[in-house]
Design a binder for this molecule. Structure first.
Ligand SMILES: Cc1cc2nc3c(=O)[nH]c(=O)nc-3n(C[C@H](O)[C@H](O)[C@H](O)COP(=O)(O)OP(=O)(O)OC[C@H]3O[C@@H](n4cnc5c(N)ncnc54)[C@H](O)[C@@H]3O)c2cc1C
Length: 462
């Protein structure tokens, strides 16, 4: 094969933005996506909103979101861990995100239409991430980007501070069913946009221990991290912590992979959360914010067997946010214990103690309990009773490749590799090494995807 000017590895938001930008800048672009066509788009398929800086309200957002407020939010969420120069770049370039998406054919949700929350900081994709991915693929194809599905990039070969070749493996169903074709190509520049390693069970066990057996990967199984792992071994600089994961509370009955956003459980402030021994471990009412499911994801990771149960009475169930699976239902607490396998005596005594504390505290704020129960709370006494089994749902890991302000991958020495770029989840820990802001990851994918594509095209032209 004749080597492309720019090779883009991965076809989620970061790769698609890189491919479109590089092509618009005049480069010949090949995008390789390891998944088959029907599963293209990685975790970007699952996303729904992105965060961007703006000075006034619009059809997409209520109010303004000035750069300094975005910067403060990012600093708070990441406990000051975000790279300062890259944060400024992200925030400034995020201004153009809505128009860039529209120009590429992506439809955005008008504010206040449908059932999505009104926000001054994030805008929603009409039709969600899948619709965005489909539009970006159509745009890339229309511009003449060559796309190969079922084609995985492997080892990136370095010579000093240059990439001199990269291995590609393609499933060749048409001519050699079941076989793989392997080749090494030497493009002028490569953009790596192939996500993290959170879909790699071996890697997860190695860094996070046996407890990951109890986690559910709510995103793509194609985040195998092979290139990340190999590049770090070859001398690239790491950012973040491989043992740190962004987890959210999901229904324990969700598929092992790719269940997406609908598997979240969010009704904790309306009920009681116990572990499999029937014990409460945390204050269910302390976190009322929209990201509470993420705090619960971290907590569940420390529960015995990485499983917990949200228990509600009929009133709580009625008020709880919609969930994908129906809850387990029983006329009494013993019935719930039988269905869930929770120790019945322990569950009953936790339940009785909880209700006694609620009755003893007429204001229903901060009744005396250990752990405490803050926020509005109610006696759980109206049958039937309901239980949602919950596990930590894995979204991404806080570990990736260090990049400079041109999105070039850095060597451990700090020197950039001149023709190797990274975008999206793969380099997101430069900006988000811990914590999270909703809509941040799509913005990182878009901003650094576009930047990497422009820079790669520049290298390819030189
Ligand atoms: C359920 C869920 C909901 C989310 N919701 C939001 C949200 O609302 N807002 C937000 O900002 N973020 C959200 N996120 C996070 C966000 O979706 C991702 O972080 C972001 O889309 C990642 O984009 P990316 O392009 O870096 O990676 P991906 O979209 O994962 O794309 C990487 C691609 O690379 C391919 N690939 C992997 N290895 C190779 C290889 N060796 N060779 C070739 N191809 C390869 C994969 O198949 C994949 O298609 C959500 C994540 C999940 C799981």
């Amino acid at each position: 094969m004749k080597a492309p000017g720019v090779l883009v590895v991965g076809g989620g938001i970061a790769g698609l933005c890189a491919a479109i930008s590089a092509r618009r800048a005049g480069a010949r672009v090949l995008l390789v996506e390891s998944a088959p066509r029907w599963r293209r788009g990685g975790n970007s398929r699952h996303a729904r909103n992105f965060r961007f800086c703006h000075d006034r309200p619009s059809a997409l957002v209520a109010g303004s979101y000035p750069a300094d407020v975005f910067a403060d939010d990012l600093a708070r969420a990441t406990a000051g861990g975000a790279d300062a120069a890259l944060s400024r770049l992200l925030i400034e370039r995020s201004r153009a995100a809505p128009q860039w998406l529209r120009d590429a054919g992506v439809a955005l949700q008008a504010l206040g239409r449908g059932r999505l929350p009104v926000s001054s900081k994030t805008a929603f994709l009409l039709g969600g991430g899948q619709a965005m991915v489909n539009a970006l693929y159509a745009c890339a194809e229309g511009l003449g980007v060559e796309i190969r599905y079922g084609c995985a990039a492997g080892q990136a070969r370095l010579s000093g501070n240059r990439l001199v070749g990269i291995d590609l493996r393609s499933a060749c169903q048409a001519t050699h069913p079941g076989q793989q074709l392997a080749e090494t190509v030497a493009p002028d520049a490569v953009v790596l946009a192939c996500g993290g390693a959170q879909g790699n069970a071996h890697w997860l066990r190695q860094h996070c221990g046996e407890r990951v057996e109890g986690f559910i990967n709510r995103g793509t199984p194609d985040a195998r991290g092979d290139i990340l792992i190999e590049l770090l071994a070859a001398g690239a600089q790491a950012v973040g912590d491989p043992g740190r994961l962004y987890l959210v509370a999901v229904d324990a009955r969700s598929p092992a992979e790719d269940g997406g956003i609908v598997t979240r459980i969010r009704g904790m402030p309306l009920g009681l959360v116990v572990d499999r021994e029937g014990r409460r471990r945390h204050d269910e009412g302390a976190d009322q914010g929209s990201t509470r499911y993420a705090l619960w994801g971290q907590r569940l990771a420390d529960y015995p067997g990485q499983i917990g149960y949200l228990l509600l009475d009929a009133k709580g169930l009625n008020a709880a946010p919609a969930a994908l699976y129906p809850p387990l239902i029983a006329p009494d607490v013993q019935g719930l214990a039988r269905q869930t396998g929770i120790n019945a005596d322990a569950l009953e005594s936790t339940w009785l103690a909880y209700n006694a504390a609620m009755r003893a505290c007429p204001s229903l704020h901060s009744p005396p309990l250990d752990p405490p129960r803050t926020g509005p709370a109610a006696v759980l006494e109206t049958p039937p009773f309901a239980a949602y089994p919950m596990r930590p749902g894995l979204t991404f890991s806080y570990h990736g490749l260090a990049v400079d302000a041109r999105a070039r991958v850095r060597l451990a020495s700090g020197e950039p590799i001149g023709n190797l770029f990274a975008a999206g989840t793969l380099m997101a820990p430069n900006l988000c090494p811990q914590g999270y802001l909703s809509g941040l990851m799509l913005t990182i994918g878009l901003v650094f995807g576009c930047l990497a594509g422009e820079e790669a095209a520049h290298v390819a032209r030189a």
